[in-house]
Structures are given as C-alpha cells and as structure tokens.
Ligand binder design. Structure first.
Ligand SMILES: [Zn+2]
Length: 349
C-alpha cells in the first residue's frame, strides 16, 4: 500500500510502504476514506520545523475499521470512524480531565511512537491506530458521502475552532474577534456563532476567505492589522474592545493583535501552534484584567458534542475544503496550501 512521507523541505513523497499490521492488542487497522493537509503540516514543509529523517505525515483522517486487536472493544470491523489529531487512551487522569492531547500514554501520528512502534501518518491508504478504543470515535452506521468533508474537520480544525471559543469563554451575546483566516480561524467563526456570539469580527484580507467567514457567521471584516486593526475593532465595538478574542495563528504579531483587540476584563483564547516566539504580555494582562487560555485542542473530547450539529446540517465546517485531490497527488496539495492557492485540501485514496 502507499503512504505519504516527508523527506525534508518541499519534499513530500507518496510511496510504497509495508501494509499496516496489528502490533499490540489495543491496535486497530483503519482503511482511510478521506484525509487532508493541515496548516501545521506546512511548518515542516517549509523547513521551519526541521525533518531529521523521512517519516510518515498527516494527522487528520476518517475511515473504516478493517481489523481490531484482541483488547479492542469499542470499535469493530466495518465501523466508520473519525480519528483526532492526537492518540489517547481515554482512561488516564489527563484524559478523564478532558485533556486528551496530554494523554499519559498517547502520542502523535507520524512520530517515532510512544508504544515502542513507529506511528503511521494519516495521509495514507491505511494505517495502524494505537489505543483504538480511546482514540477512534465510531459513528452509528455509515457516513453519508456528502458529510465526509465536515466529519473530517472534527479530526482537527472544527474541534480546534470550538476549543478556542470555549477557551475564551464565548457566550450568548458576546462581541468576538477572530485573528487568522485559515481553516481554524474560519471554524472559530462558526464555533463562536454556534455558542451564541452576537457580533463576530473576522480579520482577513482574502476575498474568498472573507466570504466564507461571512457565511459562517462573521458580521464584520477587518483588513487592517496591528494598531490600525485594534483601532478598527474599537470602532466596531463602540470604543470598548471585544469580549473574546480567538487567536488562530500562533505568531508574536497575532498574539499581540489578540490582546490589543480585547476589552478590559476580556478573554483571549489561543490555538495557533506557537512559532517565532509569541509571548503573553503579562503587564497588559495585569493592567487590563485580560485572561488567556487555550492550547492543543482535545478534539476527541468534542466529537460527541459537535457530531449531531454536523449530522443534522446545523454547521457545515467541511466548506473550508476548497480543493480536492486524489491522495496520490498529495505533494500538489502541500504546494497549493503553501502558496495559499487553497484554504485546505481534501485527499481521497
Ligand atoms: Zn490518556
């Protein structure tokens, strides 16, 4: 079978690998139905995160269970499953506290593996899933083909958008600013709307992303950045600033932008993977009583909550996919996202 490996900057290869096999009784083998490229995959693609040796890549996928180990009881052969971007047992103290991304026995797709075996990546035809009972979320019945893109977003971007909104404690009637117009930022708009925000200001300079942000519930679009951007937020919020700001980029500039958009007593949620040394402005937080929370989203935990909204069509996060390619063209998918020709690329084997 074939899987995607990253060899180094701008070097993505779709090549033959051994068929996945059950290594531990808690494993499952999943045949991938759809996968995709994440904005965070672009960090190693661009060489910002170094790749010391070739390894499998991809951490978002949905598929059908092909085989399970002897200790797997919650998923069975033939189940349609959604995989979150982190592996977790669902039973350790951190998982029970709802932070599956800190699972004591968990790990990451495409890594050297926490269980003694290398972990496969999700941009593949099939893969071994460790800790299948905790990691995989099975649907009741098979997935409607039209819903597959939206179901796939529960692997990461929609769960992450929900996490940033919860971290900033978005509630009914809030004025919200979203920093970042990638797939996560767009899903954060959707999540804020779903939680009852009254005003949602999306910061975006791309016409196509602005249009989708509006469809997802944004009431205002700001193209200005920095101090000008903060000034525009104040204008749009009657001189006060936002109740909640959702930071979905992860850079020094975007983090400062988030704090400058928040009102005194407001909250900043953050889910952008930190790059380039973003820092929390403690003095500004102190004198303005602005709170900060967030981090790697426990996407697995949010699936039961978000799934009914997807199944019943109340949210359509799958609209963030604006390009679909065969999995064999995965290298083109990376370049399309790298060059911002696509918001997010769906891949089907
Ligand atoms: Zn755990």
């Amino acid at each position: 079978m074939k899987a995607t490996l990253i060899y180094g900057p701008h070097d993505i290869r779709f090549e033959n690998v051994p068929d996945p096999q059950i290594k531990l009784p808690t494993d499952a083998i999943v045949r991938v139905v759809a996968s995709c490229v994440c904005g965070s995959d672009l960090w190693p693609y661009r060489g910002v995160t170094p790749t010391s040796e070739p390894h499998p890549i991809g951490h978002e996928f949905v598929g059908v269970v092909e085989e399970v180990g002897s200790e797997v009881s919650k998923v069975k052969r033939g189940d349609f499953v959604i995989a979150p971007f982190a592996i977790s047992d669902g039973t350790c103290a951190h998982c029970r506290n709802g932070i599956t991304t800190s699972c004591a026995h968990g790990g990451w797709w495409g890594s050297s593996g926490a269980d003694g075996f290398p972990t496969d990546g999700g941009q593949a035809e099939a893969l071994r899933v460790p800790l299948a009972d905790g990691t995989l979320f099975p649907l009741t019945g098979q997935a409607d083909a039209a819903l597959i893109p939206s179901l796939l977003t529960l692997s990461d971007v929609m769960g992450t958008g929900h996490h940033v909104a919860l971290s900033a404690r978005v509630k009914q009637g809030d004025r919200v600013v979203v920093v970042g117009d990638g797939a996560v930022g767009l899903c954060a708009v959707l999540a804020a709307k779903r939680l009852g925000a009254n005003q949602i200001i999306a910061m975006s300079r791309h016409p196509q992303r602005q249009a989708l942000a509006r469809d997802f519930g944004a009431t205002d679009i700001i193209t200005e950045r920095g101090e000008e951007g903060a000034e525009r937020v104040r204008e749009l919020t009657r001189g006060v600033g936002a109740d909640a700001v959702l930071e979905c980029v992860g850079t020094k500039e975007s983090m400062q932008q988030a704090f400058d958009a928040a009102r005194p007593g407001g909250r900043v949620g953050f889910v952008g993977v930190p790059h380039g040394g973003p820092e929390a402005p403690i003095s500004q937080m102190f004198y303005s009583n602005i709170g900060l929370a967030g981090g790697a989203a426990p996407a697995r935990v949010y699936m039961p909550d978000l799934l009914p909204d997807v199944l019943e069509g109340r949210i359509e996060p799958g609209r963030v996919f604006d390009l679909e390619l065969p999995l064999s063209q995965v290298a083109d998918a990376y370049s399309a996202m790298d060059e911002r020709r696509a918001i997010k690329v769906l891949l089907r084997p």
